[in-house]
Design a protein around this ligand. Sequence first.
Ligand code: ATP
Length: 370
Amino acid sequence: MAKVRLERITRQFVRSNATRETSNAGIADITFEVPDGAFWVLVGPSGCGKSTILRTIAGLEAATSGDLYIGDRLVNQIPARQRDVAMVFQNYALYPHMTVAENLAFGLQMRRVDAKATQERVETVAQMLAIDHLLDRKPGQLSGGQQQRVALGRAIARQPQVFLLDEPLSNLDAQLRDETRAELKRLHQQVGITTIYVTHDQVEAMTLADQIVVLDQGRIQQIGAPQTIYAQPANRMIATFLGSPPMNILSAVYDGTAFQINGQTVPCSELLRDHLQPIAGRLYDLGVRPEHVHITPDTGHLTVEISVVEPLGREVAVRANVPATERSPQQAIAFQCHPTQCPHVGDRLLLGLDFDQLFAFDRETGDTVY
Ligand code: ATP
């Protein structure tokens, strides 16, 4: 096991056409340290630089500037195969002509581990991943989930210092993905190898990570424990990225005592008033998660018109619109309710927002004001 430290890592990709060359920062100024044995998850929208960071750590991509340490060793100039990391991609790239056992053994043979130790290691890993009954099969005779387990097993068998996993579950169907995710968590608890995991799936990020690194446009937006990032997002991008369904964002004005949303006055608690004073009178983005919006006819504050109702069994997912006014277009808001409260499309009703759970974001910068 080893810690992994990135110090101001930048990777620029140069794009050239007939007339000019432009430099496009794939990732910029990335600094973080993953402690020994930790499980960190890199998340962010497509193109934010997740894979580039992982590939740079693996040595498949050379940093334009910055320093990378694995353990206490500076590895900038160390080739990929000498970095002692194992990377698993979403397309697992097993050797099709080899059996599962041969695939698992391959990395060990390359390192000249003796035959007996290799066999023992293959058996242990196969049992750990419940693929011991598949050892004689070839990858073409396995399901997607089984192939993915073999790919993980091949990485585990090598006992690397660091695991780098790039969306390893994205080719699996929903049920298998859930199972394999739980399996991965258990495996990490068992073998404790430092793991850096890339995903754009926020459920994977929330459930697997000790710490999450949120990226956008090649830069770190926030690093923190999943619950901390969920409860205290540093900006609107993070707030709307983590959480399913995502946080609602409503254009609002705080008038010094209450919110004005499309001409409706929504009262505000004493506590919030102090925090919102700096933005009084300005248009800003009010954030509220769907779980903090309720159908509460007695204490409702915001009149909406129901547009979509989706029964999901245990709960109902509802979308509604805050009606337009002459000055403001209609605004969408999503929430969930109990099936016994299920409204109908076209209903007009009052919603209550949990005051102590509201966020305010600067409209221009997206930074969290409150
Ligand atoms: P996804 O979730 O879609 O896989 P990602 O977050 O992993 O995306 P990267 O693949 O790391 O993103 O890409 C980051 C940025 O660098 C993108 O703008 C991408 O277009 C650019 N990029 C990546 N590889 C190259 C390359 N070989 N040449 C030029 N630009 C590249």
